[in-house]
Write a protein that binds this ligand. Structure first.
Ligand code: ATP
Ligand code: MG
Length: 460
């Protein structure tokens, strides 16, 4: 299933299985994955609206790639020595023995799609965004799940510091709209081009030579396979060792240096604060030049809410023509956690307007078409259920937090009337049955009605 099963099992040995004292239902979600319950869907929908709006404003179109791809798409691009490829991919064989992998990230698949659909023939840059689930065999803990959602975008086909800055700005604007920009700080670095990185990697090898005993087993392997990955280590001793390691900025070419300075200058002009972070390399190997992340500085790298970077070599790695590109991705669960931590409220449309309570079969007969009529006129309504006493139905209405209740009993059926009860004030009045819908609309307020017009312009 996963590349290195033995290693993975050791990795999770300490994790306790979720088991109750005989009270747990027989089926639970597997470790690391979650149901998105209605309350969290309010957050998802809110975030989705904001990211769509900001992406659309900037000329982006939406793309969805399949949940699984040929394993090679990820192996070849993300890098053998990265956490993702070495231990986090959900890889399996299909019935014909082909190796497939659930997508651990979005960029490689989008580049595969760019090549497959000849997007180089479209006006460049091609701007695409996505809101999709991703899968990684990560160690389950706060902010780390095995299925998680990402919003991300890619700008493919042009290279210019202005595009790097516009990407960062778009991400920043989204965090602003979400009400969390002030809680995050931009970390930025330039990791140079392929050639200067080769020289730098040699310098890193020299630096760690003779210090291997301070590295974790995992970092020793990283040092062998790709010393840059040691800089991305989350082990405490390695982090300390990394602080004195040679710095990128002393190795990158004058062109990269100039590129970087231009990016920083534009950021300053835009008033976006940043921290120059010389050991930021990101979790994937395909980046070059600009890399960046947004962190809550109180929490550090472990809780990066999102990040991005330039990946000018990626399309070529997948067999396309050399094509410069830059992208960004943010983790929706981490965004939601950050919003909750900072008490950002999400306006909900889910609240009911009216609960309809009735007594007796004759009343129920009136209530079903009445509810239908209310809904058609934009009133969120439910009711006409059960046979309980009106008093019990009022209790239910209260639990559903409906601000109004329509009551129809034997008397009302006979008199062709209905009672409208204001659940907040506890007051009530009798109105003619023919007027009850208009009366309710007056109380709810026309501006609060829930209409959907299929002719509205499409929101992707
Ligand atoms: P980290 O170093 O924290 O593992 P990463 O380098 O693997 O992050 P990316 O691959 O760039 O992260 O993913 C972009 C964003 O997706 C991250 O900033 C984070 O918000 C989110 N993310 C990554 N892995 C997970 C996960 N297992 N569960 C939830 N969110 C995640
Ligand atoms: Mg990771």
């Amino acid at each position: 299933m996963v590349n290195d099963q033995k290693h993975i099992d050791e990795y999770f040995e300490t994790e306790e299985e979720i088991e109750g004292e005989g009270k747990t239902p027989p089926f639970q979600t597997p470790k690391g994955v979650h149901d998105i319950l209605p309350h969290d869907h309010e957050f998802h929908t809110y975030i989705k609206k904001i990211v769509r709006h900001r992406s659309r404003q900037a000329g982006f179109k939406r793309i969805s790639t399949p949940i699984f791809e040929f394993t090679e798409v990820f192996k070849r691009t993300i890098g053998e020595a990265t956490d993702i490829v070495s231990k986090e991919m959900y890889t399996f064989e299909d019935k014909k023995g082909r190796s497939l992998t659930l997508k651990p990230e979005g960029t490689a698949s989008i580049c595969r799609a760019y090549i497959q659909h000849n997007m180089k023939d479209l006006p460049q840059p091609v701007e695409l965004f996505y809101y999709e689930p991703h899968f990684r065999y990560d160690r389950p803990q706060a902010g780390r799940y095995r299925q998680f959602w990402q919003y991300g975008f890619e700008v493919i086909g042009e290279s210019d510091p202005a595009l790097d800055v516009q990407s960062i700005l778009l991400a920043y604007k989204i965090f602003e709209d979400l009400g969390i920009a002030h809680t995050l700080k931009l970390q930025i670095n330039n990791i140079g081009d392929l050639n200067s990185r080769k020289v730098y990697v040699e310098a890193l090898r020299d630096y760690y030579f003779g210090k291997e005993r301070y590295l974790s087993e995992e970092d020793k392997i990283r040092l062998q396979k790709n010393p840059l990955r040691v800089l991305d280590s989350k082990y405490e001793d390695t982090i300390i060792l990394n602080q004195s390691a040679p710095k990128f900025k002393d190795f990158i070419s004058p062109e990269s240096q100039a590129f970087h300075e231009e990016v920083l200058e534009y950021l300053t002009d835009l008033g976006i604060e940043y921290t120059e972070n010389n050991s930021l390399v990101r979790g994937l190997d395909y980046y070059n030049q600009t890399v960046y992340e947004f962190w809550d500085e109180k929490k550090g790298a472990q809780n990066s809410v999102g990040g991005g970077g330039r990946y000018d070599g990626l399309i070529e790695m997948l067999g396309g023509q050399p094509t410069p590109a830059i992208g960004f991705a943010m983790g929706i669960e981490r965004v939601i956690a950050q919003m909750k931590r900072h008490k950002v409220r999400v306006p909900s449309k889910d609240d009911l307007h009216v609960f309809v309570a009735q007594l007796g079969r004759e009343a129920k007969k009136i209530c079903i078409p009445l509810i239908n009529q209310l809904r058609d006129r934009g009133v969120r309504s439910m009711g006409a259920l059960g046979k309980g006493a009106i008093k019990n139905q009022l209790k239910i209405a209260d639990k559903f937090k409906a601000p109004y209740c329509i009551l129809i009993g034997l008397t009302e059926v006979r008199d062709q009337t209905a009672i409208i009860r204001n659940m907040i004030k506890g007051s009530q009045r009798t109105v003619k049955m023919s007027e009850v819908v208009d009366e309710i609309i007056k109380s709810v307020g026309k501006e609060n009605l829930d209409f959907y017009n299929p002719q509205d312009p499409i929101d992707l």
